[in-house]
Design a protein around this ligand. Structure first.
Ligand code: PLP
Length: 394
């Protein structure tokens, strides 16, 4: 398969293997096991002397196609597809750590990711320090003798802060730590963490990769050596494997990723620019705008804006609820990256479990709203906002 293909081509053809029928569309192999012609063949397969599948918890043909396609897109040597994004995140972190190790993580994390490092890991004797990841000095200050993993998300949920991935990777390399990047918000099209020096990339494929709200999925990508030494056995024996049905759904979803993300980014940019001019709106944060507080880092590490917009309404929770309730096309939902435009009020949904103080640190106020652009006609979406904002006092 050509490594020189551009992403849109990789995502249609990458990793495809065909059965004896020569099917055009990728086949779905709903089987948990495989048969061997002879006892000797089974023995050789188990010894690793011959290639081939053994058991679907370890790997299977449809999942293999999805993993190979993701590797090609990401520029990674190897990958494991998982049942959800959280299975990918928790496997990527826990498989490489043991009691006595230390994680430094950016505090602005997807809620469940934060729970894994802040609450779960310490139960097993793995310490964690959360930092304001925007300033590299904070990462440096948090380093201990036993620091093994740096973990971050960029742009972050929901306030779209960005973190200098190359800067964090440089610090990690000085101490031999590994950088794990949750690249969901950037999408694999707009940011390449491995090229920036990160060691491991994780996705919730539930978001843009499916992009049509149908199934959960995740993927961990890295070099062959790291996967063999850390993830391989963990993955086989703890069982976070993706269902082949979901792998097939995601293989079909990912074919249209570039088309969808392009349309979503265009709509997000238009909505951001529109909202920035409205009297009810105190602030708009959009990675594609010049007024983003970290526009310099964005220019360095991202090749596109974002399919998401964060904004703050002057009227707090009442204004946020009034706007959300008045929207007709844009639906209230905490998912993102979907073909349907979605909106969420983090303080009362995705981030309700944080303390007031933690929310404030993350810049989430009562008026903060997160918009995820869909693939509708962007004129209709902007008009939906224009109409709905009439329900919100300036
Ligand atoms: C959704 C999401 C996850 C978790 O993914 P699931 O597929 O829901 O398990 C992790 N990180 C980020 C940034 C996400 O948006």
């Amino acid at each position: 398969m050509s490594k020189n293909w551009r992403p849109a081509t990789q995502l249609v053809h990458g990793g495809t293997t065909r059965s004896q029928h020569g099917e055009t569309s990728e086949a779905i192999f709903l089987t948990q096991g495989f048969v061997y012609e002879t006892s000797e063949a089974a023995e050789a397969r188990f010894k690793g002397e011959t290639d081939g599948f053994i058991y679907a918890r370890y790997g299977s043909p449809t999942n293999d196609m999805f993993e190979k396609r993701m590797c090609m897109l990401e520029g990674a040597e190897d990958a494991r597809a998982t049942a959800s994004g959280m299975a990918a995140v928790s496997a990527a972190i826990l498989c490489q750590l043991k009691a006595g190790d230390h994680i430094v993580a950016a505090r602005a994390l997807f809620g469940s990711c934060r729970w894994v490092v802040e609450t779960l890991a310490p139960k097993y004797g793995i310490e964690c320090t959360l930092v304001d990841g925007r300033d590299l000095k904070n990462w440096e200050k948090a380093i201990q003798k036993n620091t093994k993993v740096f973990f971050l998300e960029s742009p972050t949920n929901p306030t779209l802060e960005v973190i200098d991935i190359a800067g964090v990777a440089k610090l990690a390399n000085q101490i031999g730590a590994k950088v794990v990047v949750d690249n969901v918000f950037a999408t694999p099209l707009f940011q390449k963490p491995l090229e920036l020096g990160a060691h491991i990339v994780v996705y919730s494929a539930t978001k843009h990769i499916d992009g049509q709200g149908r199934c959960l999925g995740g993927v961990v990508l890295s070099d062959k050596e790291w996967i063999n030494e850390n993830l391989h056995d963990y993955f086989r024996h703890t069982g976070p494997a993706m269902s082949p049905f979901n792998a097939w759904t995601l293989l079909k979803g990912i074919e249209t990723l570039p088309l969808r993300v392009k349309q979503q980014t265009e709509t997000a940019r238009r909505v951001a620019d529109f909202l920035a001019e409205q009297p009810q709106v105190a602030k708009v944060i959009y990675p594609g705008r010049k007024d983003h507080p970290q526009a310099d880092i964005i220019a360095k590490q991202m090749t596109g804006g974002s399919t998401l917009v964060a904004f703050e309404l002057k009227g707090g929770k009442d204004a946020a609820f009034a706007l959300q309730n008045a929207l007709e096309i844009v639906r209230i939902s905490n998912n993102l990256g979907d073909s349907k435009s979605l909106i969420t009020h983090p303080a009362t949904t995705t981030h309700k479990n944080l303390t007031d103080e933690a929310r404030e640190e993350l810049g989430i106020s009562a008026g903060t709203v997160r918009f995820s652009a869909g693939i509708e006609d962007s004129d209709d979406v902007v008009e939906d906002f224009a109409r709905a904002l009439k329900a919100v006092k300036a």
